[in-house]
Structure formats: C-alpha cells, structure tokens
Design a protein around this ligand. Sequence first.
Ligand SMILES: Nc1ncnc2c1ncn2[C@@H]1O[C@H](COP(=O)(O)OP(=O)(O)O)[C@@H](O)[C@H]1O
Ligand SMILES: [Mg+2]
Length: 623
Amino acid sequence: MIELLRRFGGKFRRYMVIGPACKLIEVIFDLLTPLVIAQMIDKGIGAHDVNAVVHYGMLLGAMAVIGISFTLVCQKMAALTSQGMGTDIRGALYGHINKLSYAELDRFGTPSLITRITNDVNQVQLAVALGVRMLIRWPFLAVGSMCAALAIDLKLGIIFLICTPAIGLVFWFVMARCIPYYKQLQAKLDRIALICREGLSGARVVRAFVREDHERERFAQAADDQAHVAIAVGKLSSILNPVTFLVMNLGVCAILWVGGIQVNVGELTQGQVMAFVNYMTQTLTSIVYVANLVVVFTKASASASRINEVLNCAPSITDEGNEPVALPEPSAMGDTALVPALSLSHASFSFGAGAANAVNDVTLELPLGKTLGIIGGTGSGKSTLVSLIPRLYDAGVGSVSVMGTDVRSWPLDQLRHVVATVPQRASLVSGTIRSNLTWRDESATDEELWAALDMAQASEFVRNKPQGLDAPVEAGGKNFSGGQRQRLTIARALVGSPQILIMDDSASALDFKTDAALRHAIRERSVRGAAEGGLPLTTVIVSQRVSTVRDADMICVLDHGSVAGLGTHDELYASCQLYREICQSQLRREELEGQQGSAAPASAPSPASAPTAPASTCAKEGC
Ligand SMILES: Nc1ncnc2c1ncn2[C@@H]1O[C@H](COP(=O)(O)OP(=O)(O)O)[C@@H](O)[C@H]1O
Ligand SMILES: [Mg+2]
C-alpha cells in the first residue's frame, strides 16, 4: 500500500494534507461538544436558566455548522484523491499489462488480471478515501476523548482505563484471526472470475454440448468456496459489535453509578458526568471504527500487493536500445535470395521450466517473397513456432532472424510492423469495420482498406452492408460469422503493407474455393509488390490442410515441436512418411494417384521450390 502511495500519491499530496487537516478541525469541535453540553446542563438546565440553554444551544448549532463545512471540504479532498489515484493506478496497470509478453500474461492469467484491474483497484481506492477521511478522525477522537475524560475526573477514569483495553483485546483477538482470511477471499474471487469468463465466453459451446449443469455446478462450487470463507470471517467479526456494546454499556452503568455517588457528595456536577459518558462512548465507538479501518486496510494491502506484483513484473521481452533495422533495398537485391526473410537456427522454446519443448531445435531459412507452409497435428507446436517470429515469445535456445537481423535486435514496433500476424483465433473489437482494419496503419485510405478486403476475399460481404466500412462490429465480432471474422482479421494484417505475413490456421473456416482464391491473391500481391519496386511479400501459412500448404515453396512438417520434414510437397510426399500419411488422410484418390508419378525421390523439385531451401529432409524414422 505504501509503495502504491509513493508511486501514485505524489500528485495528490496537497489533497491528502488539506483533507485530514479539515477533519482534525471537525474532531476538535466534536471533542468540545460534550464540554458545551456539560455547561448547558449545569448552567442552563440545572440552574433553570433558559437564556443559558439558548446560548449554549446556539453555540452547539454554530459548532455543528462549522464542523459540517470542514467535513464537506475533507469529503471532497477524499473523493478527488481516491478517484484520481484509482484512475491513475488502473491506467498504469492497463498500460503495463499491454507491455507484458505472452509468457507473463500466461503466468497471471486473464481473469486474475481483470480482477486486479477492477476489484483490487476498488479496494485500494476505498482505503485511500477512508484514509483521508477517517485515519486522523478516529484515533484522534479516541485519544482526545480519553484525555478529556481523565481531565474531568481521575477516579471515573479508572473505569475508562479498564473498558478500553478490554475492547482492544477483543478486537485484537478477532482481527488476528480474520486477516488471513481476507487474502484467501481475493484468491477465491479470482477463481469465480475465471469460471465466469470461461462459462460466458464459451456459452455457445456449453449449450451445444449440454454442459450447462456442469458449468452451473462448477460456478456454484467456486461461489460456495468463497461464501464459506466470507461466512467464517463474518462469524468471527459478528462477535465484535455485541461484545463492544456490552463492555461499553457496562462501563456507562459503572460511570453512572460511581458518578451518581460523586454528584451526591458534591465532587462532580451532573453535566460533568454526562460529559464523561459522552467521552466514554466516543472513545469506544472510535475503537470500533478503527477496527473497521484495520479491516479495510488489510483488504487493501492484500489488493495492493497483487497490483504491485503486476506493476513490478518486468516484461521479459524488451527492445531497449535497439536501433531501427534497415530493410533490404529492393533495387540492390536483384537476386531475392540475397537476404533470407526469415531464418531459424536451432530454435527451441518451452512454456515452463519442467515442460517439454513446444518447439524443438527448428532450423530453416525462407528467402524473400517465398511461401512457407507449416503443417502438423493439433498441439504439434505450429502456433508456438510462428509466435517466435514477431517475438510474442522468445526462443529459449537458438535464434530467430527476420531480414537477416536477430529478432532480439529489432525495435518491437518495427518488427511487428514488418511482420503481420493473423492469429489462430480471429479477434475483433467493438467499433466499426474501419476501426478494426486500421490497427496497423491508422492513416490507411479507403482505397487501401478495400484492396486489403479484396485480397482477403472479404469485400463482398462488407459491400453488402449498408454502411460499408463503417458497419458496426460488436464486441468480439460476434455479429459476423467465423469465416467472415477470419477474413476481416486477414484484411487487417494486410493493411499497412507488411513484408512478412503469418497466417496461423487463419483459413480454417473458409471453404476450399475461398481459401484458394485468398492464397492466389496473396501470391499476386507478392509478385506485384516486387514488380512495383517494393519488397515481395513473404508468407508463412500454418494449416492442418494439405490443400492449403501444398503449393508453398517450402513446407515444414511439425511433429511434437520438432521438424519431421522440410521441403516441397513433392519432395516430402516422396520422402516423409508423416507427410504422406497426412496427405493420404486428406487428399482424394485421384489427387494421390497423380502424386505417385511425381513422388519419386529422384523427381525434380517443383519450379516454385525455394532456391536456398535446404534439400528435403525428414527426421521421422522410416521416412
Ligand atoms: N500458453 C501455453 N501455456 C502452456 N502450454 C502451452 C501454451 N500454448 C500451447 N501450449 C502447449 O504447447 C504445445 C504446442 O501448442 P501449439 O503451438 O498451440 O500447437 P498447434 O498450434 O500446433 O496446435 C501443446 O502441447 C500445447 O499444450
Ligand atoms: Mg495452433
């Protein structure tokens, strides 16, 4: 909490001084009130002097008005500080989360990050507001009342001195047991958020598989878990109020008894006894409020450490000090094989210390303007392999280079501008088609957007919308079909003229004809780009369909993260058993028969084969 205050409180230091100072003035008036009441009783009511009653009554009224005015100022300071700090913390958290790499995001988990940015910041905000308003009030009121009471009469003060530690002891007993539960409560809330998110985002699948009961049960279980802890805390803290008021009322009885005797013998006035009772109740209620403050601050400190955990988590992928990379000069290139657009050298990556490599010792080189197809079963590491290229993850071992420069030496912005990725899960955000398409280039013209849509085979359905490019997109793009969403994300990647396009299973929801038209358009664009004096577009296509990758200049067959084969379709069909099995399971008999003739290992590589592509290799046993 202190760390957060140090980080974000500086701007609000003035408010944090003015607020409590105003509160202090209000507390002083609160402390004077019992003394004025005592005077009113002794000099007014006791002496049957109406004028004195009116006089003191007006004084009390004036004190109340002044007290309220200062309270209002304090309240405003508290609101400005807490809301301001809350907004700043939320902004900083969101900004920092956006800088974290996939590895850190995986570690925290999205639901936990959402809880931290919402609920945890709220707890801190509440504590700051209460801190400005109450941190001075209650302790000052408790101590001030105690001193004032002792100043009135030391003998009655003994009752006071017995009651206060008794209540303090009860609080200590309860709080010491409650505090550990508050930390647990936050973790349980995280779990509820996770189940909510999974259940709601996958609502269609849940219904399709008739898993509603199961999901309901899972949610009920998590909610019950949280409720059990909350009830345990509630039970413990429920003894606080009755015990406090019991002790307080016993104290008041004792004061009235002993005080009554002292009034009778003339040692004290009635007004003084009343003032004493007031001070006593003020002190003891202050202790109750201090305890509540302890609860709020304990919760806030648990939340603050969760917020700091994120803020202090340094992104593992940074580009500090990296100078912009000069792209190869198209005119000087002549031979496109001069610089490989993409090269991986013994690249390996694993998701955790003990986990098996998701990408294992991959070495390949793709010349500029060529197409690499990556094929393999589910979980074979295709998505992980391609996420090493725009540095969404860093290869643990080996290196990945783009345009001849190690990705770790690129400024991240430039790298991700040069490399456009179409992720496996098509994600759109609420807004319009235009706002979704201009992510990579905000100044893209309509002409450029339509060209990208044309290439992505998306222009037809966009044209059919009355608002065209300004047609609304709902959250997650749920007002579009799976295939339409995929095409829009492909178009988004094509805006801003990338040099390398990665499509991670991005055509899975497209029919074969559209898929083929898409690949044809991309190839045309690559050729056109080169003819117009630019760099030709280099493409990486990840797919589980042979038909999508068979025309690629080079195909990489992945099996459990390792390269099982590398070469053209014909080469691999002839030499790689795994690739042949995939082909046999997917291609029609006629296509396969046509294949047999050209599949002889000695057959010449297809004309499209990459000039520097290594000769077909197959790591699979028996290949
Ligand atoms: N975020 C992640 N955390 C831990 N393991 C992961 C994560 N993403 C993928 N994996 C694991 O890495 C392996 C490769 O996954 P992936 O690259 O997504 O495969 P593919 O794209 O070929 O289906 C799988 O075994 C998968 O379980
Ligand atoms: Mg994948």
